[in-house]
Design a protein around this ligand. Structure first.
Ligand code: KG4
Ligand code: ZN
Length: 350
């Protein structure tokens, strides 16, 4: 099909998202978040998230259809996140999607949340002539940090490197907690860091020592992998030292220096992997792709390496339904078979 009208449903964490796309054109992206209900716990509480999805789904769907002036009968397909994510939360979106598919007779496609995060980059004529060859992706979210080769966005995405412990977003959230910046921590650190000196403290760059990197000819065990848990510990030690000395915590400097360590290693390893795998176009996606310093340094280093970079607008970086619709449309346009109604959620989908 040429320009399928696809409804996308996302419920893997705290955002209830319903998006509509036509081919690669974004029609609407409606998101309802239960984050306010999780803030006082310092993390997303699965049971609360599931109940919030239940309350939010129908109003969010109604609003999306109204905004795009579309009725369910107009749809060519429905796509839904089947994993990874919180089981109970995923189940609400998947049950809703199955109910809609059953009631309307529209084909249903189960979509991988992680691929959708980078697939959203195709929206709004980023690639008027179709997806380029030699495409790669950098996925940076609350649960994942991965360098990917995109052989075929709809069916074949290959993992080149990933974090061996904390994800980048998780590191931001944990360090924000150490610095007393609250939850969720990514946006808070991003904000505070603008007033800090990123060179104030030299924090460790995980897995960048020669024994892990190796060489292009003889790659080490973690050439394209990441580790952020040592960095988090280094920040905690640093804070302890200041506190033991009774000195006021230079929160902005620590935040900026931490952020620089994360972003430096992510961008340098991504460019390295692109170079060594002949990747010449890169999609950036995931919640941490909203980070201002990551956006700036990725753009700078990609430009220097001759890599064409596609960065989604901020509203499409964090969890949303449009990314699910965008990937669903890619699957439809590539002739993918509908998943049907008989599939389960998979909270640890790779
Ligand atoms: O992709 P996402 O919305 O949910 C997952 O699939 O995980 O990502 C959420 C993560 C959180 O850890 C949050 O702190 C981080 O993205 N994040 C940011 C920023 N905005 C969100 N991290 C750094 N800078 C930001 N501006
Ligand atoms: Zn996500």
């Amino acid at each position: 099909r040429d320009n399928p009208l696809v409804l996308g449903i996302e419920s893997s964490c705290d955002e209830t998202g319903v998006g509509l796309v036509r081919g690669t054109q974004l029609l609407t992206n409606t998101v309802s978040s239960s984050m306010d209900e999780h803030v006082r716990f310092g993390g997303v509480i699965p049971e609360i998230a599931s109940r919030a999805h239940l309350d939010a789904f129908v109003p969010t769907l109604r609003q999306a259809l109204a905004e795009a002036d579309v009725s369910l009968a107009d749809l060519d397909a429905i796509a839904v996140t089947s994993g990874p994510g919180l089981s109970g939360a995923l189940m609400v979106g998947v049950s809703a999607a199955k109910a809609l598919a059953l009631a309307t007779g529209k084909p249903l496609f189960a979509v991988n949340h992680l691929v959708a995060h980078v697939g959203v980059g195709v929206l709004d004529s980023a690639f008027p002539d179709g997806l380029p060859p030699n495409l790669g992706a950098l996925l940076v979210s609350g649960g994942h940090t991965e360098i990917l080769r995109v052989n075929n966005l709809a069916f074949d995405v290959e993992l080149l490197g990933s974090t061996i412990d904390d994800a980048a977003g998780e590191a931001y959230d944990k360090v924000a907690r150490i610095l007393g910046l609250g939850y969720p921590g990514g946006p808070a650190i991003d904000r505070v860091a603008t007033d800090g000196n990123a060179k104030a403290i030299r924090f460790p760059r995980g897995l960048t020592q020669p024994k892990y990197l190796g060489t292009a000819e003889q790659p080490g065990p973690h050439r394209y992998d990441f580790s952020f848990s040592g960095l988090k510990t280094a920040v905690a030690r640093c804070v302890e030292h200041y506190e033991a000395d009774g000195v006021d915590l230079p929160v902005a400097d620590i935040a900026a220096s931490f952020q620089e360590a994360v972003v430096d290693v992510i961008t340098s390893k991504t460019v390295l992997a692109c170079r060594e795998h002949g990747i010449t176009s890169l999609l950036l996606g995931g919640g941490v792709a909203a980070n201002s310093r990551l956006r700036a340094l990725t753009a700078q280093r990609c430009a220097a390496a001759g890599i064409t970079l596609t960065v989604p607008p901020l509203s499409l970086c964090t969890d949303n339904g449009a990314m699910v619709a965008a990937l669903g449309a890619q699957i439809v346009m590539n002739g993918g078979e509908p998943t049907g109604l008989r599939f389960a959620t998979d909270s640890s989908l790779p």
